[in-house]
Design a protein around this ligand. Structure first.
Ligand SMILES: NC(=O)c1ccc[n+]([C@@H]2O[C@H](COP(=O)([O-])OP(=O)(O)OC[C@H]3O[C@@H](n4cnc5c(N)ncnc54)[C@H](OP(=O)(O)O)[C@@H]3O)[C@@H](O)[C@H]2O)c1
Length: 165
């Protein structure tokens, strides 16, 4: 049982602009799919709107304060604490991945044991959403994989995995 964050950020911790991702690097999307398949994914309603559909082969949980918010096939929850409590009570095999966006990452990071971070080696000009600061006192890097750009990935990038100290 593990509660994780998965995020793709640029060198300045930026994660989005106008409710869209900053880049669609193929390797990052593949890693996202590979890690989250079969597990629970938790997202804010803005991220759900940005994706535009539920993620297949995953239990989709969407956070909204709107009690009338409804998406067929998704679990709608109205507080992060409820999601965490329910997850811990009912589940011991599947992992829970917090998949964004900014507002949800900021609130959820304190409940998380692992961060799966893709760092794009670039600073995007137009950004309006950020990942919170990853404090070196709280987190240690347990794995790092560096990759160069190629025909499917516009920028150099690294996969960095952090575990809570
Ligand atoms: N790079 C990445 O890895 C990545 C991943 C995901 C998203 N993003 C980007 O992040 C940006 C979106 O982030 P965001 O901060 O605007 O939105 P968000 O976190 O996706 O969603 C915010 C919404 O979630 C609901 N919510 C948040 N906290 C809640 C709580 N404690 N209880 C109940 N509901 C809660 C509210 O929905 P209601 O308004 O319905 O009440 C709120 O308006 C976009 O640019 C997106 O592309 C990037």
């Amino acid at each position: 049982m593990s509660i994780n964050i998965i995020v793709c950020m640029d060198k300045s911790s930026a994660i989005g602009y106008k409710n869209k991702l900053l880049s669609h690097q193929s390797a990052d999307l593949k890693r996202f799919k590979q890690l989250t398949q079969g597990h629970f994914v938790l997202m804010g309603s803005a991220t759900y709107r940005s994706i535009g559909k539920l993620l297949p082969n995953r239990h989709n949980i969407i956070l909204s304060r709107n009690k009338k918010f409804h998406v067929p096939g998704a679990f709608i929850r109205h507080s992060i604490e409820d999601v965490i409590k329910e997850y811990k009570l009912n589940n011991n095999e599947q992992e829970l991945f917090i998949i964004g966006g900014e507002e949800v990452y900021k609130q959820a990071i304190k409940y998380v044991n692992k961060l799966y971070v893709t760092i794009i080696n670039h600073e995007f000009d137009k950004v309006d959403a950020y990942f919170p600061n990853i404090s070196v006192n709280e987190w240690k890097i347990i794995d790092i994989e560096k990759h160069l750009s190629d025909e499917n990935n516009d920028y150099d990038y690294s996969f960095v995995t952090y575990e809570r100290n």
